[in-house]
Design a protein around this ligand. Sequence first.
Ligand SMILES: Nc1ncnc2c1ncn2[C@@H]1O[C@H](COP(=O)(O)OP(=O)(O)OP(=O)(O)O)[C@@H](O)[C@H]1O
Length: 300
Amino acid sequence: MNTILTVTNLTKKFGPLVAVNDLSFSIEKGNVYGILGPNGSGKSTTLGIILNVVNKTSGSFSWFNGETSTHEALKKVGAIIERPNFYPYMTAIQNLRLVCKIKEVSEEKIEEKLALVGLLERKNSKFRTYSLGMKQRLAIASALLNDPEILILDEPTNGLDPEGIHQIREIIKKIANQGTTILLASHLLDEVEKVCSHVVILRKGVKLYAGPVDGLLASHGYFVLAANDQIQLKTFLEKHASFGKIEEFNGLLTAYLKEELDAGELNKLVMDQGILLSHLVKRKESLEEQFLTLTKNRQS
Ligand SMILES: Nc1ncnc2c1ncn2[C@@H]1O[C@H](COP(=O)(O)OP(=O)(O)OP(=O)(O)O)[C@@H](O)[C@H]1O
């Protein structure tokens, strides 16, 4: 594995408030990571610490297996953690030339990066004439000028309209497909579900889950059922090893699976018991439902 970042037992306190609480996770090359959590869960603070703009209280983090100093490592990191800020009366291309001078990188990638974010045709327009979405896309182009190993984005679609949101998400996917590792903070479940391969879920600075988005989605799901003899059906399901919790609501039984079982197999199993189903639907919990379950179970 090619590890880009390792965070170990990271804690940040602001006075009595623990903004990040004993957080550990790692980032491997080529994946798209989301840090997901509601407002105030510690996402921006975590990004600030790994980018050396916020001091940690305890714990550690190490870039690229600790092969270089953090200062050197951060030259291989592209980050947008604030609202895009460029000179309003300068054009996109003039602004990016200035960024190249400041970052001491060559200007040769400017047009390529403007094309990547769909701004090549507007390269000679002044920054002040840009929409918020265009400003955000210019910020992404700017962060990519030195072909960083990893791109870090804090709430990249905040404040954008649906079209702007869609454009940014498509650009993030395109950048990821070119092999750049991405870490983004978001409070939007569907954003993480649509864009990320991996997720770290935070609540009040505490990690609730870290791993593949698919892993979180790979619960075995549940059946919603009704039968001619509901009591017999419930008794059968309670005894069957494939099922965990069984709930009854509005004349329907919800039976949560502990292992894979498809609807056809279940139908046959209950028919063999002489039970006739009048309702049979198999569903999976959405990421949102799983997220709510996770956070509900940990309420302090
Ligand atoms: N400089 C600071 N001084 C005091 N408290 C702070 C400071 N920065 C952040 N906090 C607090 O730390 C907690 C985590 O904030 P953080 O901004 O990291 O959360 P977040 O998940 O990024 O949320 P948001 O999306 O709202 O920014 C919050 O309770 C916040 O009020």
